[in-house]
Design a protein around this ligand. Structure first.
Ligand code: PMP
Length: 469
């Protein structure tokens, strides 16, 4: 589905956090939008057609002075908000040195940043490899798991377990461990040693139960039966090198049941199978813990970070146990933009802001407000809202055809576009359909602004429901 790119007359909006006073998109922004449409592939033009001109805190402005309260953080990147003075100064002072790029030659911001990153990393995960994108970090985790597996079990210990519905990026390896079949149809000859397991989701229970009922043994047992059947034979564990899962699945903010992950971690440990959490969108305070896997109380071998690691510029990392991370000899890991000095200067300042302002606790405290507001939306239209998931400052509201569980794609796109016309910045629907509206404000958002944005979302969903059905 695509958004309507034609400027549309919309009611004026004026709250302390939102201001809409022109057609949307504002006519003066259209020439820029048109340029993009002429030159870029259709596939990149998937977001509501708003030209971001200026941003500050949790507000985004276009050239015409319209103002949005931001529920995107870009795409879960600007966790400490936009135009933060500390980040601005850190980038400027690095810019002034003229050292804007160093490849793998040493630079000061990189040294400071990896040290700080190790301080916040879970105990035992003490080696950091910086890369540029989230996809590179998951690709690298794959390589580390497979290489390590072979040191423990030879050429047969290379299998990777991943989960239906997962997203780990768009490069070849990352797509193969992704759990949305149509995204990887182009590959055709998929790697037979990548095993896509059912995701343990209590809303869509893989063992057919209604709601959570302390059934992790059964649920985890299903994973083992799946693997035994797929791999054949008794010693199937000997053919597995690692498991990778998002700490929560981004599309719908789906967490695994805690007991399931506890069993998974125990089983991995017992069978010399590495456990990797993809924290690319979950980390850096988003869910009310510094890293989202902490909700499970287990110890992974590797974590992949991206997005909110820098708060702005391209940067990602794999953080892991020394014996896994140090498998390759000097020179075997290169990355042109690894540890770019300006990215690292920004990332260090961003990380310090998260810690100094205790944005992790802030996200945790605002969870109740976000849940209350999301439930108010469900009460306003109970026949089309399902499911709702909230943890910290990540929320996901699924929209379905009335009184069914079928994703309502047209409704979700209409509701996002309407919310944007009301001064609430949202990205396009994601998840099944896609028909899930994701709520990811910068962690510095105030309670008042969060409620104001949620009120706009409620109005948008109620109006679009009335118009479409
Ligand atoms: N893993 C997860 C969980 C993600 O959400 C994403 C991006 N949406 C990626 C990996 C890929 O990151 P990038 O787009 O930076 O390659």
């Amino acid at each position: 589905m695509e958004f309507n790119w034609q400027p549309r007359e919309v009611p004026e909006v004026s709250t302390p956090y939102r201001r809409i006073k022109t057609k949307i998109p504002a006519p003066e922004t259209v020439p820029f939008l048109e340029r993009l449409r002429r030159i870029e592939p259709r596939a990149t033009l998937s977001q509501p057609p708003i030209l971001w001109h200026r941003a500050e805190g949790f507000s985004i402005y276009d050239r015409a002075g319209n103002k949005w309260v931001d529920f995107t953080s870009g795409v879960l990147v600007a966790n400490a908000g936009y135009k933060r003075e500390k980040m601005h100064e850190a980038m400027l002072s690095q810019l002034e040195t003229g050292v804007w790029h160093t490849f793998l030659f040493a630079n000061e911001p990189r040294a400071r940043f990896v040290e700080k990153l190790r301080e916040v990393a879970p105990p035992g995960l003490d080696v950091v490899f910086l890369l540029t994108t989230g996809s590179e970090s998951t690709e690298h985790a794959l390589k580390l798991m497979r290489t390590f597996g072979q040191t423990r079990g030879g050429k047969r210990k290379i299998g990777i377990v991943c989960f239906e519905g997962a997203f780990h990026g768009r490069t070849l390896g990352a797509q193969q461990i992704g759990g949305t079949p149509y995204l990887k149809e182009w590959i055709v000859n998929l790697d037979p040693d990548i095993h896509m397991a059912p995701f343990p989701d209590c809303h869509r229970c893989p063992v057919g139960k209604e709601g959570y009922a302390e059934c992790e043994d059964e649920c985890f047992g299903q994973l083992l039966s799946f693997l035994e059947e797929r791999l054949g034979g008794k010693d199937y564990q000997g053919r597995l090198a690692g498991v990778i899962t998002e700490s929560y699945q981004g599309g719908e903010a789906r967490f695994m049941p805690k007991g399931y992950v506890e069993r998974l971690a125990e089983w991995c440990r017992a069978n010399q199978i590495l456990l990797t959490f993809d924290e690319v969108q979950a980390g850096f305070g988003r869910t009310g813990k510094f890293f989202a896997f902490e909700h499970y109380g287990v110890e992974p071998d590797l974590i992949c970070c991206g997005k909110g690691i820098s708060g702005c510029l391209p940067l990602s990392a794999v953080i892991g146990r020394g014996e896994i991370m140090r498998q390759f000899p000097p020179g075997a890991l290169t990355n042109t933009h690894s540890g770019n000095p300006i990215s690292c200067a920004a990332a260090l300042a961003h990380l310090e802001l998260i810690l100094e302002e205790d944005l992790v606790s802030k996200a945790q405290a605002l969870e109740a407000v976000l849940r209350e507001e999301a439930e108010a939306i469900a009460r306003a239209c109970p026949d089309i809202v399902w499911p709702i998931r909230v943890r910290g400052l990540v929320g996901a509201i699924g929209l379905v055809e009335p009184n069914t569980k079928k994703p309502a794609v047209a409704l979700a796109f209409a509701a996002v576009q309407r919310a944007v016309e009301k001064g609430l910045m949202l990205f396009a629907p994601v998840g099944p359909g896609p028909a899930t509206i994701k709520i990811n404000p910068p962690l510095i958002i105030t309670e008042d602004a969060l409620r104001d944005g949620m009120a706009a979302l409620r109005e948008a969903i109620v109006e679009c429901r009335r118009e479409l059905y």
